[in-house]
Design a protein. Structure first.
Length: 63
């Protein structure tokens, strides 16, 4: 009976721990991607504002 109690305690503490870590990891990935998307959005706005076709192509291709 003692072995079942320790396994049950591990499951009761371990499952929420791993769920919390997963949610934290997902949140950090979303925030990191949001910053990259914002930077790319600014780059694309600059490309649209550029007068030169060569400069526009450079911005759009990310060279």
């Amino acid at each position: 009976m003692k072995a079942q109690t320790s396994i049950g305690g591990f499951v009761l503490q371990g499952v929420p721990l791993f769920l919390g870590l997963g949610v934290t990891w997902l949140g950090s990935r979303l925030l990191r991607n949001e910053a990259r998307l914002l930077l790319r959005h600014i780059e694309l706005e600059e490309a649209l504002a550029a007068k030169s076709a060569i400069k526009r192509r450079k911005f759009l291709l990310g060279d």
